[in-house]
Design a protein around this ligand. Structure first.
Ligand SMILES: *[C@@H]1O[C@H](CO)[C@@H](O)[C@H](O)[C@H]1NC(C)=O
Ligand SMILES: *[C@@H]1O[C@H](CO)[C@@H](O)[C@H](O)[C@H]1NC(C)=O
Ligand SMILES: *[C@@H]1O[C@H](CO)[C@@H](O)[C@H](O)[C@H]1NC(C)=O
Ligand SMILES: *[C@@H]1O[C@H](CO)[C@@H](O)[C@H](O)[C@H]1NC(C)=O
Ligand SMILES: *[C@@H]1O[C@H](CO)[C@@H](O)[C@H](O)[C@H]1NC(C)=O
Length: 340
């Protein structure tokens, strides 16, 4: 652009000079006779010099511009590099932070394991840990308790949401763990406690022997979140097919577990639903299938783009209907009337 302008100026100047020369010509014709050839050549020479000067001026100007441009580019590159250095510093800080966090978690586990356990202060859930001042969310190892007849168990505690004290019983967020599993696997639990998992029906039964609250947190692929809470939640033991009982819904996601109230648990090899269809096989999970679903939190994890095309996804009809598979789910319990 600037270069074009300069050439326009140059052409303009050249024209001006030519015009001047042209204007001078009549006078020069009146001047004492000179060899015409020499006159012409003098003028030509002077024009040539001027053109040469202009050309060199132009070159100088454009060189200067290029230098300016180079300077700007250099500055941009420097800024870019500073940016990158800053980013690297942030990343480093983040990884240091999570390392420290991990160490804190390990310390928590160790303190917990060395703490003497008696039947009166049994620590069999995250609410009990919270009362003992473990207030950082993360993985904890609950010790074996002969009095309660409970085995050692790794749990993930949410010590922040709505007062904390929550023991997670399920999580979906990574999508690599299949939830299309059999009765035995749903009984004892599967997956990884920091990723996707089912805590196990026997463990959920034990946790909810004390009157408990269930909280379900959902996130869609646009990053929006909703929750459903049931003031009362319990499941039966294996003899009772882990039958679900809930009451007192609150929240903003819709009451999509109510339809599953009072139904037995089903898996792909144990059809306990209230339907001619085999819901666990149709919906590809283990759940309290009725006929079949108003929610399917143990369904198939579908990634963005694939998440609206199937009816066996991770669904909550009360929010996104029957064919929208959610991005993230957490199910968590704590004793009714828990006081932070
Ligand atoms: C051309 O440049 C020379 C030296 O750079 C200078 O002496 C001369 O006066 C210039 N002529 C014009 C017409 O600008
Ligand atoms: C539901 O909430 C009401 C009012 O708070 C309470 O009286 C009732 O006991 C609760 N139901 C259950 C099953 O906890
Ligand atoms: C649930 O399972 C129990 C036994 O585990 C059975 O007696 C009951 O009929 C079942 N209920 C339904 C609705 O299938
Ligand atoms: C579940 O069923 C019981 C009756 O068995 C009822 O008292 C309770 O309110 C129901 N829960 C919900 C959320 O509707
Ligand atoms: C949901 O997906 C099924 C295929 O799995 C399709 O038959 C059905 O029409 C879809 N329903 C809606 C409401 O998009």
């Amino acid at each position: 652009m600037a270069k074009i302008n300069l050439s326009v100026v140059a052409v303009g100047l050249t024209l001006l000079l030519l015009a001047e020369t042209w204007a001078q010509n009549p006078r020069k014709r009146l001047a004492p006779p000179k060899p015409p050839k020499a006159q012409c050549c003098d003028e030509l020479r002077s024009l040539k010099v001027q053109v040469a000067n202009l050309t060199s001026l132009l070159e100088e100007l454009s060189r200067k511009q290029e230098t300016d441009l180079m300077n700007v580019v250099r500055q941009i590159m420097e800024l870019d590099q500073q940016n990158r250095q800053q980013e690297a510093r942030v990343t480093e800080a983040e990884s240091k932070y999570s390392e420290i966090n991990n160490r804190v978690e390990i310390m928590q586990l160790q303190t917990l394991q060395s703490a003497p356990q008696t039947s009166s202060d049994a620590t069999y859930d995250c609410a009990a840990l919270y009362s003992k001042s473990y207030k950082i969310s993360g993985e904890y190892k609950l010790p074996k308790d002969d009095f309660l007849g409970t085995p050692e168990l790794s749990v993930f505690c949410d010590m922040e949401t709505n007062g904390g004290g929550w023991t997670l019983i399920q999580r979906r967020k990574v999508g690599l763990t299949s939830f299309n599993r059999d009765w035995k696997q749903y009984k004892s639990g599967f997956g990884s406690i920091r990723g996707d998992f089912w805590l196990g029906n026997d463990n959920i039964f034990r946790l909810t022997r004390q009157p408990s609250t269930l909280r379900i947190e959902l996130e869609d692929w646009e990053g929006r979140t909703r929750y459903a809470e049931y003031g009362f939640f319990t499941v039966g033991n294996e003899l009772n097919s882990y039958k679900l009982f809930l009451a007192n819904y609150s929240g903003n996601a819709g009451d999509s577990l109510r339809y599953h109230n009072n139904t037995n648990f089903s898996t792909n090899n144990k059809d306990n639903d209230k339907c001619v269809d085999d819901c666990a096989s149709l919906r590809k999970g283990g759940y309290w299938y009725n006929c079949c679903t108003d929610s399917n939190l143990n369904g198939v994890f579908y990634r963005y783009g694939e998440h609206t095309k199937n009816s066996d996804g991770i669904t909550w009809y009360g929010w996104h209907g029957s064919n929208y598979s959610l991005k993230k789910v957490e199910m968590k319990v704590r004793p009714m009337g828990f006081q932070p």
